[in-house]
Design a protein around this ligand. Structure first.
Ligand SMILES: [Zn+2]
Length: 428
């Protein structure tokens, strides 16, 4: 069981936490411990990137040059009927320069928006992250100094209470993904950072956008549309899969766990896709099997594409430990996109000898990554813990624990809050 944060795809794992009331102070203690254990781990399953840490720095106030840009500020349309749950704001195409950074791009956050997903779309050979996300009043959700303190832009874990992970080709970033960050209305500035496989900054062109998400009462059931995509692995296809008891049990299992968040799969549709996607290796970053598999979902109805494969081989893993249960295209994955190289979740139907069938728990774990949840705990004594206040450290019972088991069943209250912010979810 595994998962990768960072330059390749987000790989597997799982959890649900009890609703223990944990104080913020405890979380901060955890965070400070993590800061002490700055380390970079390039794991087989897992690439955990702990960034050099320091106190987040305040943002610049909006300067003169920005004032001009404000005339073009994208903002929510405040007229008309009740606003939609999700509203996409296009911030246009921007260039990064030799420093890898784009100019500041400004948007105005409406008062009724409780979460945002910033997305960056660029050439597939480069990786994208945020150099900064700051509010006019000076608060930094992504401190602009963080890149100056690290040679590893793959993930901002220490300096960013709201963690972000760079992604290739298309990167998405959910705010807030922790109760330590609060959205407030008003002008915000984004600066994007682009880099190559050698982690050198690159000048390129990117499209930047923001999805505004308005909160929905927890009592409201949110629907999660899902496309089941069959590669021919195990002989399953769009027709005969209806009779596959193993598949139905996995979906039922996943649905039961998501019920705690009042999230319901639906509609669930079935499709046959490129049979070359049966055996997936994640080594090659560009044109990888996984990228091709996800691209084979182009043209399907807008929904989370879940691909069933025979085997997933994780990059960098030692022999014998390199078979992954599943992979998610991002944390979060590209919202409301199909057919993109990162658009989807891939699951292995292979059951290692002597192991239990973890298809159901893997399905819901990877979907939860795709909606925006990080692992509750990463492996090892110094493994990073999430920035939620109510997930226990090293708790294998949590759905988002790095190593999946049949006991990885629990979602904490805060994890549920994060899940329900996803733009993928549809309100009645
Ligand atoms: Zn995972």
């Amino acid at each position: 069981m595994s998962s990768q944060l960072g330059k390749t795809y987000a790989l597997i794992e799982m959890k649900r936490a009890t609703h223990t009331t944990v104080q913020i102070s405890r979380l901060q203690a955890k965070l400070s411990r993590q800061v002490k254990h700055l380390s970079i781990r390039l794991g087989l399953w897992l690439i955990v990137l702990l960034c050099a840490c320091s106190a987040p720095s305040a943002s610049d106030p909006i300067d003169q040059a920005d004032q001009q840009a404000l005339s073009d500020v994208a903002g929510a349309d405040s007229q008309g009927p009740a606003p939609l749950r999700v509203q996409r704001i296009k911030l246009g195409e921007h260039s990064t320069d030799a420093t890898g950074k784009s100019p500041k791009v400004v948007f105005d956050l409406p008062a009724d928006v409780t979460a945002i997903v910033v997305h960056v779309d660029g050439p597939d050979e480069f990786h994208y992250t945020l150099a900064a996300l700051t509010r006019d009043a000076g608060f930094a959700m992504i401190p602009q100094a963080w890149l100056d303190q690290t040679s590893l832009p793959d993930a901002c874990v220490g300096p960013c209470q709201n963690r972000i992970v760079a992604q290739r080709g298309y990167a998405a970033f959910l705010f807030p993904n922790t109760p330590l960050i609060e959205l407030r209305p008003g002008l915000h500035q984004i600066r994007v950072y682009a880099f190559d496989d050698a982690r050198k900054p690159v000048a390129t062109q990117v499209e930047i956008g923001v999805d505004f998400v308005r909160s929905t009462e927890v009592s409201t059931t949110l629907k999660l549309p899902m496309n089941l995509c069959f590669t021919g692995a195990k002989g399953w296809n769009a027709v005969n899969s209806v009779d596959q008891q193993r598949l139905q049990q996995a979906i039922d299992f996943a649905q039961t766990i998501l019920s705690a968040a009042n999230i319901e799969f639906g509609p669930i549709r079935r499709f046959d896709v490129d049979p070359q996607g049966q055996y997936i290796a994640t080594q090659k970053p560009v044109d990888s099997d996984l990228a091709k598999l996800f691209e084979s979902g182009a043209g399907l109805p807008k929904a989370i594409n879940v691909f069933f494969t025979d085997r997933i081989i994780a990059a960098g893993a030692p022999p014998g430990a390199n078979v992954a249960l599943g992979v998610a295209g991002g944390i979060p994955g590209p919202p409301n996109e199909v057919g993109h190289i990162r658009a989807g979740v891939a699951l292995s139907l292979h059951i290692p000898q002597g192991q239990p069938d973890l298809l159901g728990v893997t399905l819901v774990h990877e979907v939860s990554h795709y909606l925006g949840l990080f692992h509750s705990s990463e492996p090892g004594p110094n493994g990073a813990h999430d920035t939620l206040v109510d997930t226990a450290e090293d708790d294998p019972k949590n759905l988002m624990y790095w190593s999946l088991s049949e006991q990885s069943l629990q979602l904490s209250h805060e994890q549920i809050q994060v899940l329900r912010r996803s733009p993928w979810l549809v309100a009645p």
